[in-house]
Design a protein. Structure first.
Length: 368
């Protein structure tokens, strides 16, 4: 077995990763500086907490789409992910969650692991839908309870300014559901109050939320002033690199997501995003009126983009692997050390993937 520059929680090791039964049992080698050799990089597998689709398929299409999506994203280094729903009628969300609940119990060969669900809506502000279909409504605990029985819902995006949502944030966060502020017209004060009630992150920071103004800081201001965690889409289209740098300095555990759609990994053309038809062109995905509608970003490109704007590989990796794992409380993912899952990505010196390992299964690609 060849040697790699292996990124561990304690720094770089020149050596070999040893795994058994899907877990790392040892990392053999010596500390190193990758600048002093030309070996590949071995990084923790990427963890994407906001995935709507890929490979031409959308999560809201149901069970027939899930395997295509997970096989598509693993080609780009995503070893685990949250299947992310769209705002839709209750019966449609119920159907999809039931199917996701069953799918989360398995991992087809050659696929990324689905860790659970990110419920992005319907508990959002209808005045800040972004690309979400117009089925937003106020959250009711009985409805959420029904959803929780169907699938492991790890994250819920919610607009905190809507009456009754503060109580829901408090109740669900106490049960371990990560409540994220997003698709919101809330004020700075309402954002701070939501954090005090138990909200823990912000959905695609800057996008679909009240912006920062020096006399009205808005939800963006609440995030920059107070958040430990927040999502960011680093496709260099959703957020200007300067605004990315602001967030990277202000939010200690800012983590990156793709917000990927069915268009990810596909040529230009028309695709589904929930009940919407979206168009992929010029590197983005948009509704007919020009509104950004998710992305075509993949996590390997996210890594290269972060390095492009000046982050060292170690920090870029943390924001794609360790921090999302920490956010979900997953101690055995997002890092390479004995006892962790054998989830890793090997990249050449230009940061292009050559192969991926998911829970000990090696998946080799020829398009690196």
């Amino acid at each position: 077995m060849s040697e790699d520059n292996i990124l561990t929680p304690h720094g770089w090791i020149r050596g070999r990763l040893v795994h058994q039964h899907g877990k790392v049992i040892a990392i053999e080698g010596e500390p190193c500086d990758p600048a002093e050799n030309d070996l590949p990089y071995l990084l923790p597998g990427f963890i994407d907490l906001h995935v709507h689709g890929g490979g031409g398929k959308d999560i809201m299409e149901g069970a027939d789409a899930f395997e295509t999506i997970t096989r598509t994203h693993v080609r780009f280094g995503t070893t685990s992910l949250l299947a992310t729903t769209m705002t839709a009628p209750v019966e449609e969300i119920t159907s999809v969650l039931g199917q996701l609940g069953r799918f989360c119990e398995q991992r087809p060969t050659g696929s990324a692991r689905v860790l659970g669900v990110h419920l992005e809506g319907p508990y959002i502000n209808p005045g800040k839908l972004g690309a979400q279909p117009n089925f937003a409504h106020t959250a009711l605990m009985a409805e959420v309870e029904a959803y929780l029985r169907l699938a492991p819902i790890r994250v819920i995006t919610i607009a905190p300014e809507i009456a009754g949502h503060d109580a829901l944030i408090r109740a669900l966060s106490e049960r371990g559901v990560r409540m994220q502020i997003g698709h919101t017209l809330g004020s700075y004060e309402e954002g701070v109050a939501a954090l005090a009630a138990g909200a823990t992150s912000f959905t695609h920071l800057y996008n679909a939320m009240s912006p920062l103004h020096h006399r009205e800081p808005g939800i963006v201001g609440a995030a920059l002033a107070h958040a430990k965690y927040a999502e960011l889409i680093p496709d260099l289209l959703h957020v200007h690199p300067g605004a990315m740098r602001v967030a990277l300095r202000a939010i200690p555990c800012l983590y990156c997501v793709t917000d990927s759609t069915a268009a990810a990994g596909m040529p230009d053309g028309e695709y589904k995003l929930g009940s919407h038809t979206v168009t992929k062109c010029l590197g983005g995905v948009r509704l007919a009126d020009g509104t950004l509608a998710g992305s075509t970003l993949t996590m390997d490109q996210a890594l290269r983009n972060l390095v492009k704007i000046g982050l060292p590989i170690i920090e870029a990796s943390q924001r794609l692997s360790q921090f999302p794992a920490d956010y979900l409380g997953l101690e055995q993912r997002g890092r390479l050390q004995p006892g962790s899952f054998a989830d890793c990505v090997r990249l050449d010196r230009s940061l292009h993937l050559t192969d991926v390992m998911v829970e000990g299964e090696t998946i080799v690609f020829k398009n690196a």
